[in-house]
Design a binder for this molecule. Structure first.
Ligand code: SAH
Length: 275
C-alpha cells in the first residue's frame, strides 16, 4: 500500500549502504528517509545510543548488529565497523548504518564514508537531528535567542584518546563564545569547567546537563559552572548527557514544555535545582 510520504522517499537498493541519523531518542524525530530506510533494510548496524523503539521499526527477521560498546565484539575498532559495512554491502544486502543524532556530528560518519568510497560501495547520507539541537529543545533551552547570543559552539568533551579533547582551547572558547554545548562532557566536566572559569567565565553562570534527552528518561540538571561537576556526580546523571553553558539556559524557566520532564512546569532556577 502506498503511504502518503512514499513520493518523497527513495529505494534503498541491494548493495548500498545508507548512513542514517536516528535523532536523539524520540522516534517521532526520525526523518522520512530514516523511517523508509528502516522499513527497507536487510541489516541494520547500529550504535548503543539508538533507542530500542526505533530498532523495533525494522521488518521482522531483519538482522540487527549492535556495534556499540558491549555489543558484537568486546571493543570493536572503527576499522572493524567499516569492514563489516563493506562486507555486508558486497553480499548484496541493503545496509543501514544507524547512528544516534546526526551521522556527521561526532559520529564517525566521515571515516565510514571514506571506507565505502575506497571499496566503491554506493551510499547515501540521511542527516538526523543532532542531540545538541533536538535534545536541548526538549530540555526547553533555545540554542539562540536574538537578545542573548549570536553564536554557539558544539564541542566534544573527549577525543579518541578517551581523555579530555587536547585540541580544544577551553579558555579561548569561554572568552569568545556565549553558548557552549559539550557532547560527551561527563568524564572531564570538572577540569573543563575549571578551564572555562580560568578563561574568564563567571563561576556563577548557569549551565544545564541534559540526560537521555527526548526520551521518557529525560532529566535536566540546572547548576552553575563552579558547581556543575559536583552536582552532576551527586545526582548520578546517566549517559548519554549533554552540557550547555550560557544565557539561554535561563529560558528553561518558561520554555520547559516536554511532558517527559519530571519537574513542575515552572522549575525554580536556583543553582543546582535538579530533577
Ligand atoms: N551523532 C550524535 C552524537 C554522538 S556522540 C548526535 O548527533 O547527537 C555521543 C554524545 O551525544 C553523548 O555522549 C551525548 O553527549 C550526546 N547525546 C546523544 N544522544 C543524547 C541524548 N538523547 N541526550 C543527551 N545527550 C545525548
Amino acid at each position: 500500500m502506498m503511504k502518503r510520504y512514499d513520493a518523497y522517499t527513495v529505494e534503498l537498493e541491494p548493495g548500498w549502504v545508507w548512513l542514517v541519523g536516528a535523532g536523539p531518542g524520540d522516534p517521532g524525530l526520525l526523518t522520512l528517509h530514516a523511517l523508509s530506510a528502516l522499513e527497507q533494510a536487510d541489516v541494520v548496524v547500529h550504535d548503543a545510543l539508538v533507542d530500542e523503539r526505533i530498532l523495533g521499526m525494522v521488518r521482522p527477521g531483519v538482522e540487527l548488529v549492535n556495534v556499540g560498546k558491549r555489543g558484537w565484539k568486546c571493543s570493536p575498532k572503527q576499522s572493524d565497523i567499516c569492514e563489516l559495512l563493506v562486507e555486508q554491502a558486497q553480499l548484496g544486502k541493503r545496509v543501514v548504518r544507524l547512528k544516534g543524532g546526526d551521522p556527521f556530528v561526532f559520529g564517525r560518519g566521515g571515516e565510514e564514508t571514506h571506507a565505502l568510497v575506497a571499496a566503491e560501495i554506493p551510499f547515501r547520507i540521511v542527516p538526523g537531528i543532532t542531540a545538541g539541537i533536538g535534545g536541548l529543545a526538549y530540555a526547553g533551552i533555545p540554542l539562540t535567542t536574538r537578545d542573548t547570543n549570536d553564536a554557539v559552539v558544539f564541542v566534544t568533551g573527549h577525543d579518541e584518546s578517551g581523555g579530555m579533547s587536547r585540541r580544544v582551547r577551553w579558555e579561548d572558547l569561554a572568552r569568545t563564545v556565549p553558548v557552549i554545548v559539550i557532547y560527551m562532557p561527563m568524564k572531564s566536566l570538572k577540569r573543563i569547567a575549571e578551564r572555562m572559569i580560568a578563561g574568564g567565565r563567571d563561576p556563577d553562570e548557569h549551565c544545564a546537563i541534559v540526560s537521555h534527552a527526548s526520551t521518557p528518561r529525560q532529566r535536566v540538571l540546572i547548576s552553575t559552572l563552579a558547581r556543575c561537576a559536583a552536582d552532576a556526580a551527586a545526582s548520578d546523571l546517566p549517559n548519554p548527557a549533554l552540557f550547555v553553558l550560557g544565557p539561554v539556559v535561563d529560558f528553561r524557566v518558561w520554555v520547559n514544555w516536554f511532558p517527559g520532564n519530571r519537574s513542575p512546569r515552572l522549575a525554580p532556577l536556583s543553582p543546582a535545582a535538579g530533577e
